[in-house]
Design a protein around this ligand. Structure first.
Ligand code: PLP
Ligand code: COI
Length: 343
């Protein structure tokens, strides 16, 4: 076994076809035992439920090589659980949580050579997904599904890595109040594609979505939750009163790290757009984003500039970043159960 020969520092956030993926199919009311396969393609009937009524949910987590050569992943139990919740919301049969974790282990082990080396700046992104393969024509849930996990090595989600980005307040909504914003379903991202292309065309890295009901409160971005640091150095985390923010595993972990490792006060509450100019630092957090600093928000031409500026991460966001990534890579002792050893 030897590592793939890749320019790990410059791979970006792109798909590379790794060697093996895990596939299990659901038929006649049960999931089959699952296999590892070389076949990266999916062949579907033209009448498959996913193609018509978007019955698809997914997850994202990462595997890391530690300094002493082990391979670990971060809190896969929470991805397994969130995928069950996403599936239930879309009337799909949940994939059992313990089998999810075993499948993650199998795929990562089978693609060990694709795990980027410790310290390379890259990680192995793990993408579990589940979709309706069974035929439907009337609007109803299908009765056959596929669960699949593939992996791909990735670098930073935003170009420039730790360099602060500029985001815009979007005129589009990501999620309806009490809709599907709190689950990880492809349909939420389909909603965001025109908005992200528009934002990129205008020179912004991401969209900040407001609550769709009052368009007053900050919710999240297209692919990450939001963190602020207030003038007293406290962490302020936007909370949705219409339950339309994805419950980010990274964000929930950061809240605990902020309190227990850094002794910060954490305020999880609805955050109005109009109060954001009082904050000192902003970051986006998620599996792909890790913690990406934001230097500036553009609100319809009005700029909200954070004190931390456009050159580097603010001091509190940096401390959170260093502590979280230190835990994920095995350099800082993790809370019980957070770091899952695969090899
Ligand atoms: N919000 C959205 C819309 C996302 O797509 C993601 C990515 O998974 C997150 C937040 C962050 O969630 P997590 O930290 O569980 O990856
Ligand atoms: C993740 O962070 O895992 C996601 O799914 C976000 C996506 C924008 C890549």
């Amino acid at each position: 076994m030897s590592k793939k020969n890749m320019d790990w520092a410059n791979i970006g956030f792109n798909y590379h076809v790794a060697d093996l993926r895990y596939v299990s199919n659901y038929k006649d009311g049960k999931w089959d035992s699952g296999i590892l396969t070389e076949d990266s393609r999916v062949v579907l009937s033209e009448d498959a439920g996913v193609l018509h009524y978007a019955q698809e949910v997914f997850e994202g987590l990462k595997a890391y090589e530690t300094e002493d050569g082990h391979i670990v992943c971060f809190r896969p139990d929470l991805n397994a659980k969130r995928m069950v919740e996403s599936a239930q919301r879309l009337e799909m049969p949940p994939f059992p949580e313990e089998r999810f974790i075993e499948a993650v282990e199998q795929v990562v082990k089978a693609n060990e050579d694709w795990v980027p080396p410790f310290g390379s700046g890259a990680t192995l992104y793990i993408r579990p997904l589940m979709f309706a393969t069974g035929n439907v024509i009337g609007v109803k849930p299908a009765d056959e599904y596929q669960f699949r996990i593939f992996v791909t090595p990735v670098g930073p989600y935003f170009k420039g890595g730790a360099k602060p980005i500029t985001v815009k307040i979007s005129d589009f909504d990501r999620a309806a109040p009490h809709g599907t914003g709190n689950i990880k379903a492809g349909l939420n991202y389909a909603m965001s594609l025109h908005a992200i292309v528009t934002a990129h065309d205008e020179g912004f890295a991401e969209n900040v979505y407001l609550d769709a009901q009052s368009r007053t409160y900050i919710e999240e971005t297209g692919g990450a939750n939001i963190l602020f640091v207030d003038a007293d150095g406290n962490l302020v985390v936007p909370k949705s009163f219409t339950d339309s923010i994805l419950p980010s595993i990274t964000r929930r972990s950061i809240v605990q790290v902020a309190k227990d490792y850094l002794g910060l006060k954490v305020d999880e509450r609805p955050v109005k757009l109009e109060e954001v100019s009082n904050f000192k630092e902003m970051g986006l957090c998620g599996t792909a984003a890790v913690i990406s600093p934001v230097g500036k928000i553009n609100d319809h031409g009005k700029e909200i500039c954070f004190e931390s500026g456009m050159e580097e991460m603010g001091p509190v966001i940096k401390k959170l970043y260093d502590t979280l990534t230190g835990i994920q890579m095995g350099e800082i002792e993790a809370p019980e159960g957070w770091v899952h050893r695969i090899k």
